[in-house]
Design a protein around this ligand. Structure first.
Ligand SMILES: Nc1nc2c(ncn2[C@@H]2O[C@H](COP(=O)(O)OP(=O)(O)OP(=O)(O)O)[C@@H](O)[C@H]2O)c(=O)[nH]1
Ligand SMILES: C[S@@+](CC[C@H](N)C(=O)[O-])C[C@H]1O[C@@H](n2cnc3c(N)ncnc32)[C@H](O)[C@@H]1O
Ligand code: SF4
Ligand code: SF4
Length: 337
């Protein structure tokens, strides 16, 4: 499936729920999330049908996200059904890791082979401050469980926010002794999150990936670890996303950079996003969405295909964000990142 700019669209990100067991400052407001009526949430049968149709159109990769996908009951069953769809050859999950210790074995049994786990700090007190609700031990145990059960690759997502003063080198060093792929993500102006100071996203809080990499290289050289070199071929973890990967000499894992603002990757954009209420979004940085719930519930595949065409056709060639306060009204937890 091609969009109107000639890009191949083969990756679908599905938000299973807006709900979350954490409330990260850069993703959700402190309180006051709109309660979504239960019957507007796509049922698993409907998600499976949508993926079947999307697979016929060329979608090969599916990512489950949220909100927190693991708080929705029956995720393992959904993964099993999605794995059986002809044409889908990569299913992945983005999670905060809190429930992973408990759920990793059943997810693996269901056919999931890789996970991305979000963690922004190694400091327990700061973790609770960022997530408003969480305890870091649960995520660290989730990462251990992911490696133990055999997920490969296991990627760690850390959003870099200047006012959090994160220790980038400490994070990057996690890639040395275990096969972990640490990815730094530039802080994006999506939704109405309160940000670290309660005032929402601001350009002054964005740290560019080049800056992070320079800080890591300086610290690593001083510590005698060496500098990051571009990861090529088999050194790069499997994936369909926008990260650029590097590694330290002899490291078991890699260090990746996702730079939507300083060096956007829209030219290679390969994805559509399905919200939990059945909205198909052409771009993360826009509130434009197309209703797939109605044709799904009507069993109207022709209309469903027309909606997919329309969403594909409306994908922008690139985004123009980064200098103003908000790209969308919708919060990141509702879009799925
Ligand atoms: N601007 C922008 N950001 C994206 C896009 N896709 C993913 N991201 C961001 O990249 C970060 C990591 O995304 P993940 O859910 O871990 O998935 P991924 O890196 O695309 O997936 P793989 O490479 O397949 O593992 C999240 O913060 C996303 O919001 C995109 O199309 N545009
Ligand atoms: C919205 S979360 C959903 C999945 C799951 N709850 C998690 O946290 O991994 C998906 C990804 O988006 C990232 N994210 C959320 N808000 C962001 C923002 N404003 N800028 C950049 N990344 C953001 C999160 O850190 C996470 O890696
Ligand atoms: S980033 Fe993930 S864990 Fe944090 S509030 Fe958003 S959806 Fe929840
Ligand atoms: S910002 Fe929009 S066009 Fe650019 S990569 Fe992300 S989803 Fe694609």
């Amino acid at each position: 499936m091609k969009d109107s700019h000639g890009r191949t669209i083969d990756y679908l990100r599905i938000s299973l729920t807006d709900r979350c067991n954490l409330r990260c400052v850069y993703c959700m407001p402190a309180d006051g999330i709109l309660q979504v009526p239960h019957d507007t949430i796509l049922r698993y049968d409907e998600i499976v049908r949508f993926v079947q149709v999307a697979a016929q159109r060329g979608v090969q990769r599916v990512r489950l996200t949220g909100g927190e996908p693991l708080v929705r009951k029956g995720v393992a069953g959904l993964i099993e059904r999605l794995s059986a769809i002809e044409g889908i050859d990569d299913i992945s999950l983005t999670t905060n890791g809190v429930l992973l210790k408990k759920m990793a074995p059943e997810l693996h049994r269901a056919g999931l082979r890789r996970v991305n786990i979000s963690l922004d700090t190694l400091d327990p007190a700061q973790f609770t401050q960022i997530t408003r609700l969480g305890h870091i031990e649960s995520v660290l145990e989730g990462i251990d469980a992911a490696l133990e059960v055999g997920f490969d690759p296991v990627k760690i997502n850390a959003v870099a926010v200047r006012s959090l003063h994160q220790d980038y080198l400490a994070f990057a060093k996690l890639s040395l002794d275990r096969p972990l792929h640490i990815r730094f993500i530039e802080y994006m102006p999506v939704g109405n999150s309160s940000g670290t100071c309660g005032a929402g996203w601001g350009p002054e809080d964005v740290v560019s990936c080049d800056d992070i990499r320079r800080q890591i290289d300086e610290g690593a050289q001083a510590a005698g670890i060496g500098t990051l070199v571009a990861a090529e071929g088999n050194n790069r973890p499997v994936g369909g996303g926008p990260a650029r990967y590097y590694h330290f000499p002899q490291a078991l894992g890699t260090v990746g950079f996702i730079s939507p603002l300083s060096r956007h990757f829209c030219g290679d954009c390969n994805r559509l996003r399905l919200t939990s209420t059945g909205g198909l979004r052409p771009c993360l940085f826009s509130d434009k969405e197309y209703d797939v719930r109605t044709p799904l519930r009507a069993g109207n595949d022709a209309a469903l295909n027309a909606v997919i065409d329309a969403a594909c056709g409306m994908k922008p060639s690139e985004h123009h964000e980064g200098d103003h306060a908000r790209a969308t009204q919708t919060n990141m937890n509702a879009i799925g990142g």
